[in-house]
Design a binder for this molecule. Structure first.
Ligand SMILES: Nc1ncnc2c1ncn2[C@@H]1O[C@H](COP(=O)(O)OP(=O)(O)OP(=O)(O)O)[C@@H](O)[C@H]1O
Length: 403
């Protein structure tokens, strides 16, 4: 075919127009296929999109605020325990650090206390800067793990005089990084309770809800304890820390030794087509620590309390190990609205066109009588202009030839 011929065909295509034609096919096979596909599409739209996924509702998110209050006390009385930790009451002011946080709280479960530190020169921990002679200690230098800056001297280490370490300018005496017990000092904190107060607002619907219901009073809050397996106790906003840990599949006593992080997820999934009072929160607990991580496992940090002895500034250094509970709030609510319903019905009607496409494929390409159906479906009509353009099958113009 020459270039001229291609050009003529291109011009002919430009001057063509396709218009749909209704071909009414009476065939059991095609009819059944058509109805099955239509049924599946209608079932998907009505059953899944509109009813299951609530396609008749408008959805909106939440704004949330959470506060917490922990209660509980422990008395430590263990024979052989350093007097610094023994015969001592530990209450909220001791083990909650800091006193208030946004969407989180930290409960100290183990601690290393280094009292009476003052600024001066003393021997570094031999595990950090051991030395044989002063040549091993460079004046003015520090190491990232160290407690101070070297003076350039090598001295004996008072807690174990056989050991020698570099002398440092530091808060002295330096911390001895050893936990007081093999188990967690405050492992009984598993019975401590935390009250979670969560207020949420659904701005799209102008509705506010709290996890503390109006039906609850102070007596209920004092007595109730959250229990995921009990219908009433499931609504209680007071949680035992041990139960929180076990709900997340964690052993509290083990986790208390080196600390850890846990996530409390409060979920609000509400349907405002029902009674607003049925809109209540659900709690889910996730451990953020993977149980088999040995390196750098746990959670701890240091803080200090400062005071003056005479004119000398003195401090107590705490290395606090504990569990940090992080609270996140998620959720959404839905309410009937005509716009999403109309949009989903419209999308469903458009989807019904798929039935036609599928049946066309069956009729025109798969059935034995496909040539017959093809002939009935496509009709080529030429008018006077097309004839004048000189197409290849140059017959005279007609009113209805088929191909
Ligand atoms: N962790 C908790 N465990 C059990 N009950 C708690 C806890 N935290 C608070 N409550 C109780 O819940 C109620 C509401 O607490 P909220 O902090 O609003 O009031 P409060 O009177 O200041 O509490 P309190 O003085 O007892 O700390 C109070 O009756 C309080 O005793």
């Amino acid at each position: 075919m020459g270039v001229l011929s291609y050009a003529r065909r291109g011009v002919a295509v430009f001057f063509e127009y396709d218009t749909p034609r209704i071909v009414h096919i009476r065939s059991k096979k095609v009819g059944v296929i058509n109805r099955i596909i239509q049924f599946l599409i209608v079932a998907y739209i009505v059953g899944y999109v509109i009813i299951y996924s609530k396609g008749y509702q408008k959805f909106g998110g939440i704004d949330s605020a959470v506060t917490t209050k922990v209660k509980g006390t422990i008395y430590t009385n263990v024979s052989g325990l350093d007097p610094l930790y023994n015969n001592r009451i530990w209450d909220v002011g001791d083990y909650i650090q800091p006193a208030q946080e946004n969407g989180a709280f930290f409960v100290m479960t183990n601690v290393i206390i280094t009292p009476n530190q003052t600024q001066g020169e003393c021997a570094e921990d031999p595990a950090i800067m051991p030395c044989d002679t002063a040549d091993n200690c460079t004046a003015g230098e520090q190491t990232p793990n160290g407690n101070g800056v070297m003076t350039g001297e090598c001295v004996s280490y008072p807690p174990e005089p056989t050991l020698r370490s570099c002398e440092i300018h530091a808060w002295c005496p330096v911390e001895l990084d050893e936990l007081p017990l093999e188990e967690a000092l405050l492992k009984n904190s598993s019975v401590f309770t935390v009250l979670l107060k969560n207020s949420v607002e659904f701005p799209q619907f102008g509705i506010k809800r709290r996890n503390i219901l109006n039906t609850m009073d102070s007596e209920f809050l004092h007595k109730c304890r959250y229990d995921p397996n009990n219908a009433t106790a499931k609504l209680c906003p007071v949680f035992e820390l041990g139960v929180l840990a076990s709900s997340a599949g964690q052993d509290y006593a083990k986790m208390a030794i080196k600390g850890g992080v846990m996530e409390i997820v409060i979920t609000w999934d509400c349907n405002f087509d029902r009674d607003v009072h049925e809109c209540i929160s659900a709690i889910q607990l996730l451990p953020s620590r993977r149980p088999n991580d040995e390196l750098a496992k746990g959670y701890n940090f240091r803080y200090a309390h400062y005071y003056y002895t005479g004119d000398v500034q003195t401090r107590v250094l705490y290395k606090a190990y504990g569990i940090r509970f992080m609270i996140s709030v998620t959720g959404q609510a839905g309410k009937f609205n005509i716009i999403p319903l109309a949009t989903n019905i419209g999308a469903g009607l458009a989807l019904l066109g798929i039935a036609t496409i599928c049946c066309d494929v069956v009729v025109l390409y798969l059935l034995n009588k496909r040539d017959f159906y093809y002939e009935k479906k496509y009709l080529t009509v030429k008018d006077q202009d097309a004839f004048l353009l000189g197409e290849e099958d140059n017959g005279p113009p007609d009113a209805g030839s088929t191909r």
